[in-house]
Design a binder for this molecule. Structure first.
Ligand code: SAM
Length: 246
C-alpha cells in the first residue's frame, strides 16, 4: 500500500507557497494589530531579546517583526518548506545574524536542530501548528517550554476552531471579505465570488486540524506555562501563549 501523504506537505509546493505569500498573508484581517500586540507582550516579558525562534516561519512574517524591534537579536527561523525558507532568507538578509533551519516539527527531532540557538527569550509561531493533531500540538508546546529561558515567552498567533458552525460561517465571510479587499488593493480583477471559491477550495485547507483556543490555553497551563492567556481573538484568529517560570 502506498504511504498516505500528510496533508501539511502541500506547504512544500511552490504553488501553495506563492498563493499564500501573494494572495493570503497580506489579506489576514488585523495583521498589523496582531504584530503590535506581539511586540507589546514581548516588551513586557523581556526588556532585552537576545535570541528568538520563529517556528513554521514561512517568509518570516513574525520573525521580521522581532528582528526589526531587536536589531541585535539572533533569530532562528524554522520551516519544513524550502520555498518558504528561501523567501525568509531573502526577506531577512541582514548581516548573517539569523539562522534558517529546515526541519519538521511534527517529528520530535526538530528540537535538536535548534538546540544550539537555545535558550530563547521568545518563541513565536504564526498560523502553523494547527496542522498537527491535538496530541502532537500539546507535545510541541512542551518542547517549546524546554527551549525557553526562565521568564521567556511563547506566543502562538493561530488559526483556532470556532465553537459552532454558525461562528465558523461568520468567520469565513469575514476572512473572504478581507482577502477580496487585499486582492483589490493589489489591482486584481477577480470577483468576490471567485476569491471565495478559491478560498473554499484552497489546497492547504485539508491540512487544518483546528482546536479551540480555550483548550490550547488549558494545555499550556497543564504543561507549566505561567501568565497563560488568549491576548487577542477575532473569530478564528487568536494570539495566545504564556511564559516559562522565572
Ligand atoms: C500558513 S503558513 C504561516 C507562515 C508564517 N508563520 C506566517 O505567519 O505567515 C504555515 C507555515 O508553517 C509551515 N509548516 C507547516 N507544518 C510544518 C511542520 N510540520 N514543520 C515545519 N514547518 C511547518 C509551512 O511550511 C508554512 O510555511
Amino acid at each position: 500500500m502506498k504511504p498516505m501523504k500528510r496533508g501539511d506537505q502541500v506547504w512544500q509546493t511552490g504553488e501553495v507557497v506563492r498563493r499564500y505569500l501573494e494572495g493570503v498573508r497580506g489579506g489576514i484581517p488585523l495583521a498589523a494589530e496582531q504584530f503590535e500586540i506581539v511586540l507589546r507582550l514581548v516588551r513586557a516579558a523581556r526588556p532585552m531579546v537576545g535570541r528568538f525562534l520563529d517556528l513554521g516561519c514561512g517568509d518570516g512574517a513574525l520573525g521580521r517583526v522581532l528582528a526589526a524591534a531587536y536589531p541585535a537579536a539572533e533569530g532562528v527561523l524554522l520551516d519544513f518548506s524550502e520555498p518558504m525558507l528561501e523567501a525568509a532568507r531573502e526577506a531577512l538578509a541582514v548581516g548573517g545574524r539569523h539562522r534558517f533551519v529546515r526541519a519538521d516539527y511534527g517529528d520530535r527531532g526538530w528540537v535538536d536542530a535548534v538546540r544550539d540557538g537555545a535558550p530563547f527569550d521568545v518563541v513565536v509561531s504564526g498560523y502553523s501548528i494547527h496542522h498537527q493533531p491535538d496530541a502532537r500540538k500539546r507535545e510541541i508546546y512542551g518542547e517549546i517550554l524546554g527551549l525557553l529561558e526562565p521568564g521567556g515567552l511563547f506566543l502562538n498567533l493561530e488559526h483556532v476552531a470556532s465553537r459552532s458552525g454558525w461562528g465558523e460561517a461568520v468567520y469565513d465571510e469575514y476572512f473572504t471579505d478581507s482577502l477580496y479587499a487585499h486582492h483589490v488593493r493589489q489591482g486584481g480583477v477577480k470577483s468576490r465570488s471567485e476569491i471565495a471559491e478559491a478560498y473554499v477550495h484552497r489546497a492547504d485547507k485539508e491540512a487544518n486540524i483546528l482546536a479551540p483556543v480555550e483548550d490550547q490555553c488549558a494545555w499550556l497551563r497543564e504543561l507549566g506555562y505561567e501568565r497563560v492567556d488568549c491576548f487577542f481573538k477575532t473569530f478564528e484568529l487568536a494570539l495566545f501563549g504564556g511564559c516559562r517560570g522565572g
